[in-house]
Design a protein around this ligand. Sequence first.
Ligand code: MD3
Ligand code: FE
Length: 230
Amino acid sequence: MTLNLFEDEDAPPPYAAPEPLAPGAVLLRGFALDGAQALMQSVQQIIMAAPLRHLVVPGGHTMSVAMSNCGALGWTSDRSGYRYTPTDPLSGRPWPAMPDGFKRLTARAAAAAGFDGFRPDACLINRYEPGARLSLHQDRDEGDLSAPIVSVSLGLPAVFLFGSARRSDRPVRYRLLHGDVAVWGGPSRLAYHGVAPMADGEHAGLGRQRINLTFRCAGHDSRRRADAQG
Ligand code: MD3
Ligand code: FE
């Protein structure tokens, strides 16, 4: 008898085997390829309601990456600091809701990386145009640091810099492509990371840009709330 792995129509589409990058960090090449068009349609809707903007950081510098959010909480920054807020400071309204398709995709990705029950309450949308970059930083504004961060890359490729918990360690470089999903948890959750200045190019679906979605458990009570919802 021949075992056909792709016979089951309910099974997720085939994608490359999970690639361990470091303890707690797993790269799922092409995991979001199948749903990429639907993801981008949702992103378009979100950024119509909550436009992409170049945030100012406490040092006074304006970020080259443009950002927005969806979900109960959104990451924002101004001269006075970084924080998660329930409303968009530009409009005063709640951030757009997180689409169910985002929740399903990221829960599947987290589970494939060994993190069951991932229920993010924040999704940061990053838009890179050629030349945009993100300098080395840690993500530690989230209330639940025991939960991983799940990232989805769409559009032009980027060179992702992955360091360790010490800023001075030289980072490893990974090329992240359209459809790649990565999960960053456990000992990798507080690793320094960044994105090298993005090279110019043209992506067939998205044009001259890269969109990165990062899913986070930002509220201090995100685990309790998720439990209460079942
Ligand atoms: C490793 N975004 O939004 S995603 C960010 O491509 C951010 O836009 C990058 O860093 C981007 O904060 C990188 C991959 C990623 C995200 C969070 C991490 C890697 C991470 C947190 C800890 C360790
Ligand atoms: Fe980050």
